[in-house]
Ligand binder design. Sequence first.
Ligand SMILES: [Zn+2]
Length: 455
Amino acid sequence: MLIHRSTKVLISKAAWCTYNTYRKGLSFPSQYSKTETLFNSSRDNILEYQRTRVRQLIQHAVQTTPYYRDLLIDIGLSHDDLTQLFSTDSTDISIIPPLEKKSIRDQLHNLLSDISPDQKRIENATGGSTGTPLKFYQDRTYWNQRNLSVYYFDRWGGWDFGEPQLVIWGAPADVNTGSRWKQKLNRYWRNQFWLDGFQLTETAMHTTFEKMRQWQPKTILAYPSSLHQFAKYLNEQNLKPNWDLKGIISSAEMLYPHYRTLAESTFGTKIYNRYGGREVGLIAMECCEGRMHINCRDIFFEIDSDDPYRIPGDILITQLNNWTMPFIRYRIGDIGRLSNERCPCGNQLPVLAELLGRSTATFRTKSGMLVHGGYFTQQFYNIEGVSQFQLIQDSFEECTLKLVINGEWTEKTCDEIVLKIQEKLGTDVSVDVKYVEEIPLSRSGKREFTISRLT
Ligand SMILES: [Zn+2]
C-alpha cells in the first residue's frame, strides 16, 4: 500500500505538471515562482504592484466596456481626472460607485469588454444561495492567475501538487460536472477522493473513513458545514484518524468557531480558512498564526465603512485579472473589517481582522443596530434538544424560527430561545416557532442558519 501511495503521488505530480504546462505554457514553473516571490515580498512592493494593476484595469474598463464608459460620464469624471486618481502613492478609487449584483444582472453585456472575443469568454455563475443565480464571464487569463494563487495559498494549509486530498464539497456545479468518466479521471490524476456534501449518509461517511485509513490523505478541502457533520459522525462512532494530516482547508461557507473546534480536535490538525467567491476568486487565506491575509496580487480590497479598521462594512472587491468582464468595487455581499497589524507569521500581505459573513445573514433592529447571524448560531448550536435550526428575520417585527428537535427538547428550552432572540432584536419582536422534519441546504449546497429578508 505504501509503494502504491508514493507511486500515485509521483504520477499525480507529473499530471499536475502536464496540466499546468498545457494550460499556462512551458513557462509555468517560472510563473509560479514569480507568484510566490511577489506574495512573499515586502508590503510596499506588493502594494505598488497592486496599484499598477488597478490603474491598468480601470483604464481598460473605461476604454473597452460600455458600462464603465457610461459610468465615467454619469459621475462627471474626465480622462484627466482618472489619470489624477493614480498620481499619488495611495490607491483611492472610491469616486467610482460600487458594482451591485443588480447591475450585473441588468447590464451583463454592457460589462463585457469590446476587445474580448466571444470564444474567449468562459461563462460562470454563483449558486444563488439567496435566490437567483448570478451569471458572469471570465477568461483563461483570469483562471490561470486564479489557480496560481490557489496553489500558493493552499500550500499554507498543507496541500502540495500530487499529495492525496479528501474533498468534501457541496456545490452541485462542481460535484456534477461533465461526464462520469471525465470526473473520475480528473479526480484520479489530481489524487483526490470526493465525498459529496449533499449526500452525507452514514454509509457514505463510513466508507469514506475506511478509504481515508488506507489512502491517508495529507489534507482535507471542505465545506465547513459538511466537515462538521463528518467530524460529528466520526466522534459518535469513536473513529479517529491514525495518520498525520497536514491541515484542513475550509472554503465556500462561513467557518463558525464550533465547526473549527470539533474538526480540529477530531482530525488532530489545524483548519485554514480560505475566503473567496466564484465571481472574483480567492480573496483571503488564513496563515499559521490564524490571521486572514488579503490576496493583493489578484484583488483590490475595500470595506464600505467610514472607518474600515473599526467599523465593519460591506466588502468591495476589484478583480485585477478578469479583463473580459471587469469587476470594479464589486459588492460581494459579505461584511468585514480591516486590521492594521503586521502578522507575526512574517508574511506582509494586509490582514482582514474580521470576516462576519453574508450581509444577508445579518439582522437589523428597528433602532438601526446590526446583529450578525453568527451571534445566534453561537447561542443555539449546543442547546440540548435542538438538532438543527434556522432563524429567519421576516421584518423588523417578525421572525420565524425553524427547529428540528430531538428527545431532549422541552417547552422551557423553547421559551429560553425566544427570549434570547428578543433580547437582541427587541422585546416586541414576535417569534413564530415552526417544528420541521429537516432544514434543507440552500440551492448552492450551503447551510444557512440565519437569513434576513430585510437586506
Ligand atoms: Zn500571517
